[in-house]
Write a protein that binds this ligand. Structure first.
Ligand SMILES: Cc1cc2nc3c(=O)[nH]c(=O)nc-3n(C[C@H](O)[C@H](O)[C@H](O)COP(=O)(O)OP(=O)(O)OC[C@H]3O[C@@H](n4cnc5c(N)ncnc54)[C@H](O)[C@@H]3O)c2cc1C
Length: 456
């Protein structure tokens, strides 16, 4: 690590009680992706700026080491948000954990300025996140999965499995476990049929290709990136993209639409009626869902057109179509594709099927265990207060905070990077305020919301 720009300054520390010793830690963070990495930084900066006992945090992360969607770290892919929406800048423009500080530490600040872009490659942003994870000195136990959270007296007991197996006591829990891959119901995953989230790992283990053909399901950014990657990486193979839309449509990243990602949009969204929230989501879906960056659409179109000119076709777009069956026969997969307007079907025998078919929102049940049955429901998801506390039927002394899984209450930035800097500051402030006030955390009660139990 080239961190020379910071050698004069010790990183603010998070370390304190372990949660296994005499007292509970202030926070057990579940997951250590960008959201909880941002939380670690916000807490470290809070501790550095305040006198008195520091907030103590621990994190449990399922992966063996820090990694941000490593299966999709494809060459040529760029960030879909500005580097200024890094882990800190929108909350603390002076932070030593900014993307610009990272660039300076790597000796690339001037080169990046000359590059004249707001959108670094995902490779570079991953390197930034890894750098921040090393620099912040957070207490992270890797290869460890949280499997249950139980309120006991004035704290929670969090059950951990894996390398750090045991029970950690924490006054608050911050769940930031991200999205989980969604496969179509007619798909049985196999060595040849998999979700794009694991793309690089699964391609590395793909049985020897025999048919010179791949099929990619889906019409979003990841689907288009997968098509581009397969087409570039396997120069002898056909790539067939299958999707319900007539063609890829561009992501709306125009400046007014982008305001839906602003920190203030979270206030507006949370204070809106459920009906208006749904309308906002549908007006602005194209900022994030089933949408592709225009230059990538143009690149794929240019390739397909060039193949039409030469007559050497490898790239095929099956718009207005859907896969009816995906049948892995061991030595290859047969995908039956129906063209909706004509009803015609064709069978594509291929070496691999990549399902770029999106994600499910955070699955609270896998983290909370039995406690999930006690979570209050709101508009198809869990009830969550403006400061990101999960609402449970029974009052608890501390709180469970959510980063992610709050699209129905906090809006479209919930599962994205856009709001990490500000959100983590809000959560740290809420936790510090609770601790400093004599009665501990304000108990969050179902009665305040009058909604039904989520039931697991
Ligand atoms: C390919 C791809 C590209 C993207 N690009 C962008 C982009 O350019 N801009 C943008 O704003 N968003 C982007 N996103 C959206 C993405 O959700 C965010 O970038 C970001 O990952 C959210 O961070 P997170 O920490 O909330 O979740 P994640 O990054 O998913 O991290 C969650 C972590 O929790 C861990 N975990 C899960 N369950 C447990 C458990 N029970 N116990 C312990 N650990 C657990 C996981 O291993 C993971 O490391 C992209 C998503 C993908 C898939």
């Amino acid at each position: 690590m080239n961190d020379s720009a910071h050698t004069h300054q010790q990183p603010p520390t998070l370390r304190g009680a372990s949660g296994e010793g005499p007292g509970p830690v202030d926070v057990l963070g579940v997951g250590f992706g960008p959201s909880n990495l941002g939380l670690a930084i916000a807490a470290a900066e809070h501790n550095a700026a305040h006198t008195g006992p520091p907030l103590t945090l621990r994190f449990a992360e399922r992966q063996n080491r820090f990694g941000w969607h490593t299966g999709m770290l494809l060459p040529r892919t760029t960030m879909q948000i500005s580097f200024l929406k890094d882990l800190v800048t929108q909350r603390n423009v002076h932070s030593r954990y900014s993307f610009l500080s990272y660039l300076a530490a790597q000796g690339r600040l001037i080169d990046f300025v000359n590059h004249q872009t707001f959108f670094p490659t995902r490779h570079e942003f991953h390197d930034y996140l890894e750098w921040a994870a090393r620099t912040v000195d957070a207490d992270v136990t890797y290869a460890t999965t949280a499997t249950g959270v139980r309120p006991v007296d004035d704290h929670f007991e969090v059950t951990l499995a894996g390398a750090g197996a045991g029970v950690v006591r924490a006054r608050n829990v911050v769940v930031s476990t991200g999205l989980s891959a969604r496969l179509p119901e007619y798909v049985t995953p196999s060595a040849r049929v998999f979700h794009n989230h694991d793309l690089l790992g699964r391609l590395a283990e793909l049985p020897t290709p025999r048919h010179g053909r791949f099929v990619v399901l889906g019409a979003g950014q990841s689907a288009a990136e997968t098509v581009e990657y397969l087409h570039s990486t396997y120069p002898g193979a056909e790539v067939h993209a299958v999707f319900a839309k007539y063609g890829y449509s561009p992501a709306d990243d125009s400046p007014y639409a982008n305001r839906i990602f602003d920190p203030s949009a979270v206030d507006d969204f949370h204070s809106s009626t459920p009906d208006f929230r749904r309308r906002l989501m549908s007006y602005h879906r194209a900022t994030n869902y089933s949408a592709v960056d225009l230059p990538l659409i143009e690149e794929l179109y240019a390739r397909e057109y060039a193949e039409r000119v030469s007559g050497e076709r490898r790239l095929f777009m099956h718009g207005a179509s859907r896969a009816l069956r995906v049948d892995d026969r061991g030595d290859g997969v047969v995908v039956t594709v129906a063209h909706e307007p004509t009803g015609l079907t064709e069978d594509l025998l291929c070496d691999g099927v990549v399902c770029a078919t999106g994600f499910h929102q955070m699955d609270l049940g896998t983290v909370l265990g039995d406690l999930a049955a006690d979570v209050v429901a709101e508009d198809g998801g869990p009830a969550v207060t403006r400061d990101y506390r999960l609402v449970t039927r029974a009052a608890t002394e501390g709180s469970i905070f959510l980063q992610g899984g709050t699209e129905h209450t906090h809006g479209i930035s919930s599962s994205l990077l856009s709001n990490v800097a500000v959100r983590t500051g809000e959560i740290v402030r809420a936790i510090a305020r609770d601790r400093d006030s004599s009665g501990g955390a304000p108990a969050v009660r179902a009665a305040a919301h009058g909604t039904e139990a989520l039931g697991g």
